[in-house]
Structures are given as C-alpha cells and as structure tokens.
Write a protein that binds this ligand. Sequence first.
Ligand code: DAT
Ligand code: MG
Length: 148
Amino acid sequence: MQTTFIMIKPDGVQRGLVGEIINRFEQKGLRLVGLKQLIPSQELAAAHYAVHSERPFYQGLIKFITSGPVVAMAWRGVEAISVARNLIGPTNGREASPGTIRGDYAMDIGHNIIHGSDAEETADFELKLWFEEELVEWERSAENWVYE
Ligand code: DAT
Ligand code: MG
C-alpha cells in the first residue's frame, strides 16, 4: 500500500468541485486517511513547491496557491501514487483526456484544479509537510471487494 498527498487547489474549491473530486477517489477504491481545509501560508506553499523555485512561473504559483482555501487529503491504496496521477491527468488541462479530473474540469496549466504527489519520496515529504502525524489508521471494509 502507498499513501499519496492530494490537494484540491483554490480554483477547484472556488468552483465547487470538492465533493465531485472526493467522490472520484472514493469510488475508485482508495481509502481516505487525511482531510483538512486550510489557506496555505507563504512558508507552507514555498516548502511544497521548493523544487520549482527557479522556474519562471514560481511567483505566480505561490500567489495562486495561497490565494484562498485548499483541501488537503491523504489517500491510501495499492500503487496509490500512480493511480491518483492517472485520475488527475497531465498538467495542462487543455491536453488532459476527458475522464481525468483535469481533462474534465481544467482549461489551463496553472489553474489545473488539483495536485498529486509524483513519486514515493515526494509523497512522504508532502504528507509530512501537510499532515505531520495526523493521518487516520482505519480499515475500509469495502477493500475486501475492491482487491482480490
Ligand atoms: P503537476 O502538478 O502536474 O505535477 P508540475 O509538478 O510540473 O505539474 O508543476 C507544478 C504546478 O506548477 C502545476 O500543477 C502548475 C504549475 N505549472 C507547471 N508548469 C507551468 C507552466 N509552464 N506555467 C505555469 N504554471 C505551471
Ligand atoms: Mg508535480
């Protein structure tokens, strides 16, 4: 099992997509082990996007992500990191296939609704950054039907 960090960005919250997005992850069969709404501080946003600090879009990205509430989540499942990335779709919403979250709801690269960790190391880093030790340990009985 892996746990991945997922964040609905300010555009997803403002557009009323929180329930729709949670529904997709839940119905896929992933287990929700962390959930909170917050307005990210400058420090938190900078730490989260530190890998992009030299990129030309960085300042705009930090301004966007701190502009209002985000919904931070942790989802667990077999290969949860790549499963979630596939549900999300590629970065540019205009190029993302219909059926993916960005493909269905996004028209832009920056305003692309949602973040998902891209590898085990980044998932570990991001979960620690956003949730510290707050994750909820529980068994989801439906998993007896989700997995063989
Ligand atoms: P992803 O979110 O698909 O993992 P990323 O890690 O390459 O994409 O970039 C992080 C975020 O930065 C991305 O979701 C939106 C923004 N971003 C990336 N490339 C951009 C660009 N060329 N112009 C504007 N924003 C960009
Ligand atoms: Mg990324």
